[in-house]
Design a protein. Structure first.
Length: 96
């Protein structure tokens, strides 16, 4: 059902509802995770952009791929605040 959920945009709605609920029920934890994410994103956004350019360059340098592939796209997404919290909680990890 993942492709269907993605096509309908339900996944994005789910992430938004989880974040809203997390913010309402656990405001201090939400703010702590959100602040941590914002600090990391400044660095990771630049790293992801460099990696994207490296991959695009490698793809364009491959003459075989250029001939057989019409188009391609490279994208990334940020984890939601609640998703980050769940992952850290399950793994019993801290922000350090």
């Amino acid at each position: 059902f993942s492709p269907l959920a993605h096509a309908l945009g339900v996944g994005k709605l789910l992430w938004e509802l989880e974040d809203l609920s997390f913010r309402r029920l656990f405001p201090e934890s939400y703010l702590a995770v959100e602040e941590w994410q914002l600090a990391l994103w400044a660095e990771s956004d630049a790293m992801m952009e460099r990696a994207k350019l490296d991959v695009l360059r490698a793809l364009n340098d491959n003459h075989y791929l250029v001939k057989v592939v019409e188009r391609y796209a490279i994208s990334s997404r940020r984890k939601s605040v609640f998703s980050t919290f769940k992952k850290m909680f399950r793994a019993n990890k801290r922000r350090d």
